[in-house]
Design a protein around this ligand. Structure first.
Ligand code: COI
Length: 362
């Protein structure tokens, strides 16, 4: 297992500045005092594991990632509980998905124990940056990532890879807080195709979603929804979140995993939480017609999106070039609200962790 050396920041943020940031962190705007870096080469494997002051990474202009996007990442959070301890939610799932993404992008796999130790080492160096539990959703967002740092322009898997973890105090992902978001249905663009990288958490998938996201913003929407690339009929996911549909009989439907959808850790956890709450949960294909018609007829009562960053976010409206469909009167529905509360209660240690999903970091 890797051992991480610690070089403490010589000029960490003053406490008053940190307190000001933590009072209203937004999402992804501020970063802690330290970062993790680890290097991989074919000869030495993973080595030189460090926790060091947060700062710019020096990269050769020919570094392969800048040209061919050989890169993957994860999104996780550290939660402070009422007794001051700090916890991660199912980090083993992030470690496992990071390995699956690595395989798809021809990157070396980082052993799960090293992934977890990297996260633990950073959070323990920057523990003061984990917000106090407030009853809201303040946390320290953790971003592990890995990229091709080799200086080489040939197209082949790079022979030098850098793994990093950075951390960013976070409030709600959407600036408006928890209120129903408006979704734009992309008819021109798709996010991923069979055999592609849709199930991997790689930067390229997100880059490919941006033109559609720009369209969404231009139409006054918050997020974009993608359909499958083959029939342009089946609902896949949003730009960075999985989707759930609550029917009038209490059944909850979520698009099945077909290799083109991100295997969300929150998505998976919600399957269990809904089952605990007595809902029938159906992982199956759901067409855009079923969404439109169901929302119009009342068969679909609620739609919500989920992800680590966005937790559980109600969807109030589906907008398309030739019309709009309001979902559940544009309000947050009861199933959405209760699954959101169940998830947050678990993450912040307010309910019993019967499945051992929480992992103590500090
Ligand atoms: C997350 O939910 O953690 C994500 O990675 C989605 C987005 C912020 C890219």
């Amino acid at each position: 297992m890797l051992e991480f050396s610690l070089t403490p920041a010589t000029s960490p943020r003053p406490e008053s500045e940190r307190a000001q940031i933590l009072s209203s962190p937004g999402f992804g705007k501020h970063f802690t005092d330290h970062m993790v870096t680890v290097t991989w080469t074919p000869a030495d494997g993973w080595h030189d594991a460090q926790v060091k002051p947060y700062g710019p990474i020096q990269l050769d202009p020919s570094a392969a990632v800048l040209h061919y996007a050989q890169e993957i990442f994860e999104g996780m959070k550290a939660y402070r509980h009422a007794d001051g301890s700090i916890w991660a939610f199912r980090p083993d799932q992030n470690a496992a998905r990071f390995q699956r993404s690595a395989r798809r992008l021809a990157l070396p796999e980082l052993p799960a124990e090293d992934f977890l130790e990297a996260v633990r080492s950073l959070v323990s160096a920057d523990a003061d940056w984990v917000p106090e539990p407030s009853g809201g959703e303040a946390s320290l967002y953790l971003r592990p990532f890995m990229f091709a740092s080799e200086a080489f322009l040939g197209v082949r898997p790079a022979a030098e890879i850098t793994f990093c973890v950075i951390a960013s105090p976070a409030g709600p992902y959407f600036a408006g807080g928890v209120k129903p978001v408006r979704i734009w249905l992309s008819s021109e663009y798709t996010r991923s195709a069979p055999g592609g990288t849709g199930a991997a958490k790689c930067g390229g998938n997100y880059a490919a979603s941006l033109a559609a996201q720009v369209e969404a913003i231009e139409r006054g929407c918050d997020q974009v929804c993608f359909l499958d690339a083959v029939e342009r009929k089946w609902v896949e996911e949003l730009g960075g979140m999985n989707l759930y549909f609550v029917q009038d009989d209490g059944t909850v439907v979520t698009p099945e995993l077909t290799g083109t959808i991100l295997e969300g850790v929150t998505r998976d956890s919600i399957l269990t939480l809904l089952d605990d709450a007595g809902h029938k949960v159906d992982e199956r294909r759901i067409s855009i017609d079923e969404w439109r018609e169901g929302a119009a007829s009342g068969r679909i009562r609620e739609v919500f999106a989920c992800g680590t960053a966005a937790v559980v976010t109600p969807v109030g409206l589906l907008a398309e070039p030739d019309g709009e469909t309001v979902i559940g009167g544009g309000e947050t529905g009861p199933v959405t609200a209760s699954v959101r509360a169940a998830l947050l209660d678990l993450q912040y240690g307010r309910s019993a962790d019967d499945r051992g999903w929480m992992h103590r970091l500090v």
